[in-house]
Design a protein around this ligand. Structure first.
Ligand code: SAH
Ligand code: SF4
Ligand code: F3S
Length: 477
């Protein structure tokens, strides 16, 4: 309608003037619909992509029906994750019949892994962009709109997008994620990430601090520092001819954590993910010194069996892992929440080895875990060296057993909170009722309590009265 109107005026009156106006109108109103899959890093990258494309006149929209550009930021971690994206692409593709101008782009890890496959062989996308090439999106979109094949999957050793201010998508205005590094140099034999995300590199600490400060000024009260292996964060300033480097200028993860914690006592700091081989007592002591560094560590174990851990190339064994857990409990006490990732049915895993994962869970008592059955990924070390020999029904049965065990432990851990008063950062109203608020404790436990006069972004002392496996229920005091 509106297009018609503008065109009509353009033909009647000053053609050039109005056509210019028309072009501006189109440029300012191109609609971008973006969907993200996979880990938090991907969701953060989508915020960078939207920031880049907003500068090009795109406006993010929540309905894909009228979009000019549909982007899927994809994940390759398990076969199922890729299948989900493929189905979604097949769902979007027919929209092109109705709107031939519509462009569909695939970003992220699947773009990096499959490269030209979905562009040339299956022809279900117009644009393919890997995680380090988002700055080239504007020119790739232009190429695609002219009917050319449009792909950039070059990985970089430097790109951290440190100068780009993310556009916060679907934000609650209280909690935000900040990428502090990209890529991964570990070579866990099951994992596709080093192939899709490239070499590990750390982001300039100044840009991280500035981003966190800005979030705080804008009312945010919690930041989560993100990386595949945050403990290996390392920043070395460039050395000029006049300086000598005695190592004192180097910033490691402990320093960074401390700098972010010092921004303001009301700004909570979290981080993810820690690697059991790298997490240091120095980090644990820093956590203890600052009340606003949340007492929660996500320390994925993957398996409780040393033989399997060796095949997984995790470079620690059961004893090492349990020693790290003992250090956490010694330095931070039982109040520190601990969570994990676990994989069942990895190549050649025996029933007894599966039992070792269950027994490790009984020792550690994780508050929460993400649990998966092994999914072989092409070209990984495990795919090349070991047979994926555990039948699917056994993988699934073992997964059910660890899920069942985790549910029991989560409930047991939550029951210990009853009668305690916890400081909760309010994130918004509860999903179930407008009369209730929802937030999290320092240990990352979700708490629901009656709203009263409280608002999001506030810290509220809540007396815990009851619980489920996933939630604590309480009353403000
Ligand atoms: N960097 C993090 C994990 C990133 S991937 C770390 O090192 O812990 C998130 C989780 O997905 C992993 O911890 C692992 O449990 C799971 N995962 C990765 N590859 C997998 C595969 N091939 N099959 C099943 N689960 C997998
Ligand atoms: Fe994958 Fe291992 Fe790197 Fe985590 S540490 S991203 S599991 S290779
Ligand atoms: Fe998936 Fe890539 Fe993250 S494979 S888990 S989106 S790093």
């Amino acid at each position: 309608m509106y297009f018609g109107n503008v065109f009509y005026i353009a033909e009647k009156d000053n053609q050039y003037h109005y056509q210019y106006y028309f072009l501006m109108y189109v440029k300012m109103n191109k609609k971008l619909y973006i969907e993200s899959y996979g880990c938090q890093m991907n969701f953060s990258d989508s915020e960078i992509v939207v920031s880049l494309l907003t500068k090009e006149g795109y406006e993010p929209v929540s309905d894909f029906q009228n979009a000019d550009l549909i982007l899927l930021n994809t994940c390759s971690i398990r076969e199922k994750a890729e299948q989900t994206v493929r189905n979604r692409l097949l769902h979007f593709h027919p929209l092109k019949r109705r709107n031939p101008e519509l462009l569909i782009g695939m970003l992220g890890c699947m773009a990096e892994r499959l490269k030209t496959k979905l562009l040339e062989e299956e022809k279900i996308v117009d644009i393919v962009v890997g995680p380090d090439a988002y700055r080239t999106l504007p020119s790739l979109i232009k190429e695609a709109s002219e009917g050319n094949k449009s792909i950039n999957t070059l990985l970089s050793r430097e790109e951290t997008y440190s100068d780009i201010e993310p556009v916060r998508l679907g934000s609650n205005g209280v909690t935000a994620f900040i990428s502090i590094m990209r890529g991964c140099d570990n070579m866990c034999s099951f994992c596709v990430v080093p192939f899709t995300r490239g070499r590990e590199r750390s982001r300039d600490p100044d840009s991280i601090i500035q981003e966190a400060k800005k979030l705080f000024i804008n009312g945010y009260r919690e930041v989560t520092l993100l990386g595949q292996n945050v403990d290996s964060y390392k920043w070395e300033p460039e050395i000029t001819d006049m300086q000598t480097n005695d190592g004192s200028a180097q910033v490691n993860f402990t320093h960074l954590l401390e700098m972010v914690a010092q921004i303001h006592p009301l700004l909570r700091v979290r981080f993810s993910t820690s690697h059991p081989k790298d997490i240091t007592n120095e980090v644990l002591h820093t956590m203890r010194r600052y009340e606003n560094i949340c007492k929660h560590i996500h320390l994925p174990v993957q398996s409780g069996s040393s033989r399997i851990l060796n095949l997984m190339n995790r470079t620690y064994n059961r004893e090492w892992y349990l020693e790290r857990i003992a250090s956490i409990k010694h330095i931070l006490g039982d109040a520190c929440g601990i969570s994990s990732d676990m994989i069942t049915g990895f190549c050649s895993e025996t029933e007894a080895e599966h039992g070792e994962t269950l027994s490790l869970m009984d020792i550690v008592k994780y508050d929460f875990s993400y649990m998966f059955y092994y999914s072989e990924r092409p070209n990984t070390l495990a795919a090349r060296k070991y047979a994926d020999d555990i039948p699917l029904d056994i993988k699934k049965r073992r997964l059910q057993e660890i899920i069942q065990k985790q549910n029991e432990i989560s409930l047991e851990q939550n029951k210990k909170e009853i009668g305690k008063t916890e400081k909760v950062l309010v994130e918004g109203t509860s999903k179930k009722s407008e009369e209730y608020l929802q937030g999290r404790t320092s240990a990352n436990k979700v708490v629901v309590f009656p709203k009263k006069q409280f608002i999001k972004g506030e810290y509220v002392d809540v007396l815990i009265k009851s619980c489920t496996t996933a939630t604590l229920l309480g009353e403000s005091v």
